[in-house]
Design a binder for this molecule. Structure first.
Ligand code: 2HG
Ligand code: ZN
Length: 469
């Protein structure tokens, strides 16, 4: 450790693990965006809240920027450290602390993976219902910092519905114990909810009390092929009215092509522009008959061209892979990602406008659409044409995002549905939030983190902070 600041931190916390080898800086300095060159000062790996608090206090005194870091599976650059920040990794704080059977809560440290939370809940006969494909790698602290959504939002809502209490070290170094698992607490501002989705700019989660619930009844998984978007929305309305949905996810033929090339198995023959994977309660014969009746009605109306129902757990997993494998199948192409939302009723008009705009402006670029259409949340991955230089591609994608932001504004949507703003979308924040709202957000940040040491440059450009990249 040649940097005197690190030597001082080591003296202050002799037990603290600090890493500064080039391989570590590279590993902990990036997230799944792969767009910025990692350049952190070092990595600190605390094991308890006291150490986190001491690091934050020291960073305030020394004006060192901190990037809070979980599983770094984010897609908006929220955990990138490219400007000499200290990465504060929570991966050693990875214990499940307590299950409370009366409150039906699980108290965990922030570095526990989402998958481990699922397992712990299941071992007590309950579930933690937030779920998405990165479950094995993402940390629960990161899902709280981004108010993660995923494939079950249609049934259970976002992460913020499932956090009963948070212990947080605020940017000013105070340790806050927020809401303490209370169900009713009408005593003023709910800072717990403010922290959820704040992308590490207000405080660092050091403990979370999560709400659990009963597992749903047994379910069935169906794959549908559909002729157009209007038909898809009709099927959604029909299925939502007739069945109890757990998920309703869509993808295009483009997305299917990539996921099949990546090893997934084709489940429906022929070419179809759109597909849906849906999962719904199938507790008894009545539920199954209702599902079949809904499917047959959709087929008769011409809203569905084909479909399959999984006959086993393995088949259900194979159908889910067609949807959940998309991100991984596109990863080698390093796509430019957009994650937007509009009200469900506005989806067809928004999609129509956006597809027409892209076909007109950029007929040569490949755009892959998929996502949580039952929540009005679409993922739009733009692929770099063969031979195009990275810089030209990014410039083009910035323009695509600008078009997207304008179209979203017309349709009353949001430039980030569930991935956060981070670095990737901060230039477009004003397409979703008014100047008055942004000013208030900055004011709130200044109260929690007066020296601007937490994740500077994320969410909005950093001003007057230790390092403003
Ligand atoms: C998903 O829904 C994730 O699969 C990732 O939010 C989306 O890769 C993406 O664009
Ligand atoms: Zn998603």
């Amino acid at each position: 450790m040649t940097d005197p600041r690190l030597a001082e931190l080591s003296r202050l916390l002799p037990g603290l693990r600090l890493l500064a080898e080039p391989g570590d800086l590279e590993h902990y300095g990036r997230d799944w965006t792969r767009r910025w060159t990692p350049a952190p000062l070092a990595i600190a790996l605390p094991t308890c809240a006291d150490e986190v608090q001491a690091i934050v206090r020291w960073a305030n005194a020394r004006h060192v920027a901190i990037v809070p870091s979980g599983g770094r599976t984010g897609l908006s650059g929220g955990a990138v450290a490219a400007c000499g920040e200290l990465v504060l990794s929570l991966e050693r704080m990875n214990r499940v602390l307590e299950f409370n059977p009366v409150d039906r809560t699980l108290t965990v440290q922030p570095g526990v993976t989402l998958h481990a939370v699922h397992e712990a809940a299941r071992s007590h006969g309950l579930i933690y219902p937030v779920d998405f494909a990165a479950r094995g790698s993402c940390s629960i602290g990161g899902t709280i910092a981004t108010n993660a959504g995923g494939i079950r939002v249609i049934r259970y809502g976002n992460t913020r519905e499932w956090v009963g209490g948070l212990k947080v070290v605020a940017g000013n170094g105070e340790l806050l114990d927020l809401n303490r698992g209370l169900i009713k607490n009408s005593s003023g501002y709910d800072f717990r909810q403010l922290l959820i989705g704040s992308e590490g700019t207000l405080g660092i989660v050091v403990e979370a009390t999560l709400k659990l619930t009963d597992p749903p009844p047994s379910s069935q998984v169906m794959l549908l092929a559909l002729p157009d978007m209007e038909a898809l929305m009709r099927v959604f309305a029909l299925f939502r009215a007739q069945l109890t949905l757990q998920a309703f996810e869509f993808f295009t033929d483009h997305a299917l092509r990539h996921v099949l090339a990546h090893g997934a198995q084709r489940a429906i023959d022929g070419d179809h522009p759109y597909y849906v994977v849906t999962e719904f309660d199938a507790a008894d014969a009545g539920d199954q008959e209702a599902a079949l009746a809904a499917f047959e009605h959709a087929l008769e109306q011409g809203w569905v061209s084909d479909g399959v129902i999984a006959q086993s757990g393995a088949q259900a997993a194979a159908l889910w892979r067609l949807r959940e494998g998309i991100t991984e199948s596109l990863a080698p192409r390093r796509p430019y990602k957009n994650d937007v939302s509009v009200r469900i009723s506005a989806v067809p008009a928004f999609l129509h406008d956006m597809q027409a705009l892209l076909a007109h402006e950029y007929p040569q670029i490949e755009v892959v659409w998929f996502g949580h259409i039952g929540d009005g949340n679409l993922h739009i991955n733009v692929l770099r044409p063969e031979g195009m230089a990275e810089e030209a591609f990014i410039a083009q994608c910035d323009h695509v995002t600008r078009l997207l932001a304008e179209t979203l504004q017309r349709h009353g949507g949001s430039i980030s549905a569930e991935h956060g703003i981070g670095l990737v979308k901060r230039a477009y924040l004003e397409s979703t939030r008014s100047p008055a709202e942004i000013a208030l957000m900055q004011g709130v940040r200044g109260v929690f983190d007066p020296n601007g040491i937490l994740n500077p440059g994320k969410l909005f450009a950093a001003a007057g902070t230790p390092r403003a990249c």
